[in-house]
Design a protein around this ligand. Structure first.
Ligand SMILES: Cc1ncc(COP(=O)(O)O)c(C=O)c1O
Length: 486
């Protein structure tokens, strides 16, 4: 007899297409739990006898499903000890929080990777969600983007300068875009720079990878925020660096100056990822002093300071330092659209030639046409207008999500959310995995907060993306979450 209260497994099992065979439905339920990151790496799966009873299927069916998942690389089976979720490294993960739905291919013969290659693979990779879904995190609203204007600018440029846009380009980036960025960054973010210090890249991720490769030797220490951005951690780990997590409180990163000095400090001072804290002025000054004293680099990832709703963003850390030890990184992934593949770093003068050279080795340069369109978009005032519009839109969605959560999910406690595209909510202790799994079965993505912490199970919570969602989508998904019982 099935239990009166459906278990996580029965919920997922029932959600799997009933046209599939029983074994495939068991597989689908387990894969779904692992892909969403709800079942953590190394976690033990239920004993086949228990799961069979729970689902009302035969034990042979469950054994067959476990064997199938083992063949796909999702599960490791140890005779006498049970079946376990394969290590994270085996599967690609989202940069933000968890895994992405793709099955790792098992090589027919062992790969002879270099040590560097192995380190890259061991990070587990990183990827953003590919589909729009409530409440997947990290995407701006692409439906509200002015596509007609972008099309117009693109067409005009291609008509007037076709050959220029099709040639090889400067590894540092187009002069017009660097100039437009310099104007924007000096005025809006108090960044201290000239266009000669701006390096146009494909993504913040590329900036982090480039900095990690060019500035870090294996074993050198890097301080990162805990909780913090996985994309950064991945880039530093891939370079063989020793990543040292630093706690975060309501005033941002809490530096421990009694530790051995690191080579590099990575942080998100304007709007800490994911908590949203702003680094206090006192800590900003202390960090800059410390970096000068010990010769370390600070990487300031200013990924979404354009979207602060209740107050203006604090001026950049780079400006406070005069751009000597602080490397400023920004991206168009959130302000315009992610597939534009344009981001930028503002470099201290002595790093410009080495890093532009290193970049030319990596991928040559960023595509010319999108750079030219972006430069015009900025020069002609459309960028500022777009940001104003999106800020208003996102603010209203943040407010709506807060209301909807209070109404439907009083057990989810939002942290103060003064900006950004997503919101942290804390969950009752020990419920993150279970609630995430059940939400997934209802079709709602609730990216987990836990994996952003260095210590597993340190905190239970979600990071809910709201910016890309229409009001009705927010309402509907929050109402669905309201069905969950923590
Ligand atoms: C802290 C942080 N930095 C950078 C990025 C993304 O940058 P890009 O798409 O340019 O790699 C993200 C995206 O989620 C982020 O959260």
């Amino acid at each position: 007899m099935k239990p009166a209260q459906p278990s996580l497994w029965t919920t997922l099992f029932d959600a799997a297409a009933s046209s599939q065979g029983l074994r495939e439905r068991v597989c689908a339920a387990l894969r779904q739990a692992m892909r969403s990151g709800t079942l953590a790496a190394g976690q033990r799966l239920p004993a086949s006898r228990v799961l069979a009873q729970d689902l009302g299927v035969s034990r042979v069916t469950v054994e067959a499903a476990y064997a199938q998942l083992e063949a796909e690389g999702y599960v490791m089976r140890h005779t006498g000890r049970g079946s376990f979720v394969a290590e994270l490294q085996a599967m690609p993960q989202t940069r933000a929080t968890g895994r992405v739905p793709s099955t790792p291919a098992k090589p027919a013969t062992p790969l002879a990777l270099s040590r560097r290659g192995q380190m890259l693979v061991n990070t587990g990779g990183c990827m953003e969600p590919l589909q729009l879904q409530a409440f997947a995190a990290g995407s701006p609203d692409l439906r509200a983007f002015d596509h007609a204007l972008w099309r117009q600018l693109s067409a005009r440029l291609l008509r007037t300068q076709p050959q220029d846009l099709m040639r090889y380009g400067d590894p540092q980036g187009r002069q017009d875009l660097r100039q437009a960025l310099t104007q924007y960054l000096t005025q809006s973010r108090a960044v201290a720079c000239t266009a000669e210090q701006v390096l146009v890249l494909t993504s913040s991720q590329q900036a982090l990878q480039l900095l990690a490769t060019a500035l870090l030797d294996p074993g050198q220490r890097v301080w990162v925020e805990d909780p913090g951005y996985r994309g950064a951690r991945t880039a530093f780990e891939a370079a063989g660096a020793t990543v040292v997590p630093m706690p975060v409180d309501a005033q941002g990163l809490v530096p421990d100056f009694t530790l051995e000095p690191p080579r590099l400090i990575y942080l998100t001072p304007s709007h800490q990822y994911p908590t949203g804290a702003t680094l206090s002025l006192e800590r900003r000054m202390a960090l800059v002093d410390y970096a000068h004293q010990h010769g370390c680099w600070i990487v300031e990832d200013d990924y979404d300071s354009e979207f602060l709703y209740d107050a203006r963003a604090t001026p950049s850390l780079q400006g406070l330092d005069g751009g000597q030890r602080v490397i400023y990184v920004g991206t168009f992934s959130k302000t315009l659209f992610p597939s534009l593949r344009l981001a930028y770093a503002v470099l201290p003068p002595e790093l410009v030639i080495p890093l532009v050279t290193a970049r030319s080795v990596m991928d040559g340069h960023s595509a010319q046409w999108p750079q030219a369109v972006t430069a015009q978009f900025m020069e002609q005032g459309y960028f500022a207008a777009h940001l104003r519009h999106m800020r208003r839109l996102y603010r209203s969605r943040r407010d709506l999500l807060l209301q909807a959560l209070a109404q439907h999910c009083p057990w989810a406690q939002p942290l103060p959310c003064n900006g950004g595209l997503q919101m942290v909510v804390l969950l009752p202790h020990g419920t993150e995995q279970k609630l995430t799994l059940t939400a997934a079965a209802l079709g709602v993505a609730t990216p987990r907060l836990g994996p952003l912490y260095a210590k597993p199970n340190a905190v239970d919570g979600w990071l809910l993306g709201f910016a890309a969602l229409e009001p009705a989508e927010i309402e509907r998904a929050a109402a669905l979450l309201g069905k969950l019982r923590p």
